[in-house]
Design a binder for this molecule. Structure first.
Ligand code: ATP
Length: 475
């Protein structure tokens, strides 16, 4: 998680320019669209170039299509220095810069008693407002538990309760976009609520690095150390980021050992188990591995559906409408956007931003059309031929069986599954799919799609077969 948003320090004029632009954009785009797309973008400076960084490619594309020209105008209007502004997704930005974020900010030390708004760059009411680096929307209430994360969730709740005798440090790890930041934020909020007198410090490893670098430059390292070592609970997000950065990881190692010797609690998140962060200093890695290492698995289908339903309800509350979507639309999202929860949410945001309160009327075809630019299948061009080959192989049949007239269950069911996959993974129409399955009528395809949709809910083996085939076909 990164943050700049409304908390840009006053000495950084770029932050003030962005804040002014945001105020205008919020009123022009409306609260729902602004909150969904722009509030989560952050302004970065690297090598003198200013970049607006979005959490996902979906958000970058939305901004480029719907707001970029206006952002350019507002930027030019408010920036006396006439600097140019670039737009990138976080992955693009990090791959180009190696994650070096040059704008330094003060460490966000949370004092739960005083939550004064920053003096400059006031936070517009609808952006996910952050108290000292935390996002308000990332709480335990909004975190949907499921088999993939239930151990991590239970551990986070236990740490947040300040219960004695838990492991220290705790490291949560998961692939990109499966809820680490959300869980760390939720833990921090709950820990502050449970013990308002304790000092909780949350920062990203990126922030740790930039603040440490600035402290060294300003000869303020003692202050930096004191701030961190006064924490009762220190949470560091995305700790893998410091790997390979020698002096920063050394400083982190000393911070960690000092806090632990003093009985303070430390929680990390990482994109891999610590033992696998091979570029990390061995001493730090071994200390991270010595506590409780707790994985969050990629969300399964049930969890993805649960997250969609919760998110839809919250978008409805924000937008002031009753949030509903057709089950086949939600199922399509859950089956199609499996790479990360972030992409899944991005797809739902796209539909809601486009349809607002009318999202409940959206048919599957219309949803697929709206999302077509984001569908990986379209990029990779999965063909019906690919689907037939993979499905036949999976069920021990020949491709010709799927096209044949044979009607016995051992062939008919895989054929229906292949038709369902064709509807999900390609943009072909029903008649087109029918033609490629031995010249069948579109109503046969529609029946197959509906039948598989219904069976999937009650037949766990079939659901697993479809999930495996979907992953295989997407590569
Ligand atoms: N179990 C869940 N319940 C509700 N929302 C979730 C859940 N898991 C992930 N999300 C949502 O998915 C989005 C991405 O999650 P988050 O930023 O926490 O991922 P991350 O693992 O920290 O990613 P990164 O590695 O990129 O930092 C957030 O909007 C988060 O709220």
């Amino acid at each position: 998680m990164t943050s700049m948003g409304g908390q840009m320090p006053s000495q950084t004029p770029a932050g003030a320019v962005w804040t002014k632009a945001c105020l205008a954009l919020r009123s022009e785009l409306g609260e729902a669209a602004f909150g969904s797309w722009l509030a989560q973008a952050s302004l970065r400076e690297v090598g003198g170039q200013l970049v607006l960084v979005t959490p996902t490619g979906v958000a970058r594309d939305w901004i480029r299509r719907n707001a970029w020209r206006r952002i350019g105008e507002l930027w030019a209007q408010h920036d006396p220095e006439g600097r140019s502004l670039d737009l990138k997704s976080r992955m693009e930005f990090e791959s180009e810069t190696g994650g070096m974020d040059i704008i330094a900010e003060a460490i966000e030390v949370m004092d739960p008693v005083s939550t004064d708004a920053p003096a400059i760059a006031p936070t517009p009411p609808t952006r996910p407002s952050r108290t000292a680096g935390l996002q308000e929307r990332f709480t335990f209430d909004s975190f949907v538990p499921g088999p993939a994360n239930e151990f991590a969730h239970a551990v986070a709740r236990r740490v947040a309760s300040w219960a004695d005798g838990h492991f220290n440090p705790v490291v949560f790890h998961s692939p990109y976009g499966f809820g680490k930041t959300h869980l760390l934020n939720a833990l921090a909020w709950e820990a502050m609520r449970a013990a308002p007198e304790k000092r909780v410090v949350y920062l990203t490893a990126e922030r740790f690095l930039s603040t440490f670098v600035r402290a060294v430059m300003d000869r303020q390292t003692a202050l930096f150390k004191d701030e961190l070592r006064a924490a009762d609970l220190l949470l560091i997000d995305d700790v893998h980021f410091v790997a390979g950065k020698q002096s920063t990881q050394e400083e982190l190692f000393h911070t960690l050992t000092a806090l632990m010797e003093d009985g303070r609690r430390v929680v990390f998140s990482a994109d891999r188990p610590p033992a696998a962060i091979t570029e990390m200093d061995a001493r730090l890695r071994s200390h991270l591995s010595a506590g409780l290492v707790c994985g969050i698995e990629p969300a399964d289908r049930g969890l993805r559906m649960g997250i969609l339903e919760r998110k839809l309800a919250s978008l409805g509350r924000q937008g002031g409408f009753i949030a509903q979507a057709r089950p086949d639309v939600l199922q399509f999202l859950a089956d199609r956007f499996t790479d990360s929860v972030r992409e899944l949410e991005g797809a739902l945001n796209t539909l809601v931003a486009r349809m607002g309160g009318e999202v409940g009327a959206l048919t599957l075809d219309e949803a697929q059309n709206i999302l077509r630019p984001h569908l990986r299948g379209a990029e990779k061009r999965i063909t019906i031929d690919d689907i037939q080959k993979a499905t036949a192989e999976h069920f021990g049949l020949r491709q010709a069986d799927l096209i044949s007239e044979r009607r016995n269950r051992s062939v008919a069911r895989p054929r229906q599954a292949a038709m369902w996959l064709a509807k999900q993974l390609t943009t072909r129409s029903l008649p087109d799919i029918g033609r490629r399955f031995g010249g069948r009528d579109h109503t046969t395809v529609l029946h197959a799609v509906r039948r598989i949709e219904a069976l999937k809910a009650e037949d766990a083996q079939l659901a697993r077969d479809l999930e495996a085939l979907t992953r295989k076909l997407r590569g």
